[in-house]
Design a binder for this molecule. Structure first.
Ligand code: FRU
Length: 490
């Protein structure tokens, strides 16, 4: 479909015929940008990760889905489970609009293991006959057979004297035997906010107050807030929209940011001794990261490799969006590190060393690059044979600077937001890069996750070369490369 009207976008799922979906599936399968080891939609659009949790001896992960085309339409939750965080079983459509409290979309939310089962808490997006938005915070329970039952009444209705109806993306937590819910919101004064509710049962959630964030750092709306703790230190991830560039530097349409600090007070709802607001990722395509404290003690996260309001070349193949690898969050001297979970190493096969030039890499690999200090050079990935097209990563270990550059891409990708992204690391220091290339998703982890660049890039067929260029031909750069196993079957 070329032009999507509101009527098309909000057509109930059961009114779409199967042949349409089958044809779309065939079209998607022919796409040259399908992924080998990242979660991707079978058809249509994937956006935020939802309900990332551990329950009944399995990891559960859901995502925002609109299966009928690469556009934001009537949203549902799509369900996946895993025992190792790298191989995912696709359980299909999990929650779809079905009642007065979620008629125009099952929006984002989280999951928490409770005595009743896995509680999924999500925003029911509702439009009235004047297309005015209403938001309800709802619950559904997953049982040990992965059957899901919605609780019919919302557990939170919007306190409209404080917030507009742009209030969504609940994170449900259990803190000292009390339920806490944090919600992305907009105040009636049109500033971004995080609303906090609490209660001893899910049926008894009351508004407590706003989580204290500098109003200069909140924009006009906050989406997808997530609070995790690492050794008792809070890490608050969120997506402020409309944040002024003079308050905080970012280049994507909206940043995915985080705050850390010494501790968190649930009484005053504040981060004590907060550090400055920081970008979670230096790449072109990252949003709506969801994190949770897993029962094995790790703080885990997964991100949408994509952004609202962007267009991607896969749109013309009938699909859009992917999830990042699952990453572990750690703090080292107060600095946040993000790195793919250790299980990811199980995907490695065929180690090769000291690859500097490779004409055909197959574009499904991990490349580890170690660079000595006081060097400059460039990595060219997803490179065409004639050297015209490639994704470039410039490094300068004298200045401690990395530049990811999409300007040699075979086609422009959201160029309005710039074609370069820059990250600074320590100057005059060795540098280590672990680069995961999966055809049209590239995740670059700098110095074991001190900085991360997550981006889409869309090579033409046969554009899979690697070229490592350095100023100094001596032994200043070493590489290791592993092909990574395919985990996707769709
Ligand atoms: C973020 C977001 C959420 C919302 C969901 C709808 O990308 O806008 O705030 O719940 O996507 O799909």
């Amino acid at each position: 479909m070329e032009h999507w009207t509101n009527e098309d976008r909000y057509r109930p799922y059961n009114e779409w015929d199967n042949t349409y979906l089958e044809e779309l599936k065939n079209q998607v399968q022919k796409s040259k940008w399908r992924l080998g080891f990242h979660i991707q939609p079978q058809t249509g659009l994937l956006n935020d990760p939802n309900g990332f949790s551990f329950f009944n001896n399995q990891w559960h992960l859901f995502y925002q889905s609109y299966p009928f085309g690469p556009v934001h339409g009537l949203k549902s939750w799509h369900h996946l489970t895993s025992t190792d965080l790298i191989h995912w079983k696709d359980l299909g459509l999990a929650l779809q609009p079905s009642n007065h409290f979620d008629s125009h979309g099952i929006f984002s939310g989280s999951a928490l293991s409770t005595p009743e089962g896995l509680a999924l808490m999500y925003t029911g997006n509702v439009r009235d006959c004047n297309w005015k938005r209403h938001s309800y915070q709802n619950i559904a329970i997953v049982n040990i057979d992965n059957a899901i039952n919605k609780i019919t009444e919302p557990v939170i209705t919007t306190p409209t004297n404080i917030f507009t109806e742009d209030i969504r993306d609940p994170q449900l937590l259990n803190i000292n035997k009390e339920y806490k819910v944090i919600l992305g919101a907009q105040t009636i004064n049109k500033t971004g906010a995080i609303a906090v509710f609490n209660g001893h049962s899910l049926g008894d959630l009351k508004y407590q107050g706003e989580l204290k964030i500098d109003k200069e750092l909140s924009g006009y709306m906050i989406e997808c807030p997530n609070l995790v703790f690492i050794d008792k230190h809070p890490v608050l991830l969120f997506c402020p929209q409309g944040l002024e560039h003079k308050q905080h530097k970012y280049q994507n349409v909206y940043p995915n940011t985080y705050l850390t600090g010494e501790s968190f007070s649930w009484d005053s709802l504040e981060i004590k001794h907060p550090h400055a607001l920081a970008n979670l990722d230096e790449g072109f395509d990252i949003y709506a990261t969801q994190a949770f404290n897993a029962p094995d003690g790790r703080a885990l996260e997964v991100s949408w490799v994509g952004l609202p309001e962007m267009e991607y070349p896969t749109d013309s193949d009938g699909w859009s969006g992917a999830l990042s690898l699952v990453k572990e969050l750690t703090l080292k001297n107060g600095e946040l590190f993000q790195y793919p979970v250790k299980e990811t190493k199980e995907l490695r096969k065929n180690e090769q060393v000291n690859i500097k030039q490779l004409a055909d890499s197959s574009n499904q690999y991990e490349l580890e690059v170690q660079i000595k200090d006081n060097q400059t050079g460039e990595l060219q990935l997803l490179r065409s044979e004639d050297g015209q097209h490639y994704l470039s990563l410039h490094f300068d270990t004298t200045m401690g600077r990395l530049v990811l550059d999409r300007s040699h891409s075979p086609q422009p990708i959201n160029v309005k937001f710039g074609q370069k992204r820059i990250a600074n690391v320590s100057s005059h220091s060795d540098l280590k890069l672990n680069i995961f290339v999966d055809n049209s998703v590239v995740e670059i982890f700098v110095n074991n996750g001190e900085k991360v660049f997550t981006s889409r890039y869309f090579p033409l067929s046969n554009e899979s070369g690697i070229n490592v260029k350095t100023s100094d031909e001596n032994d200043t750069i070493r590489t290791k490369m592993w092909n990574l196993s395919k985990t996707n079957h769709n």
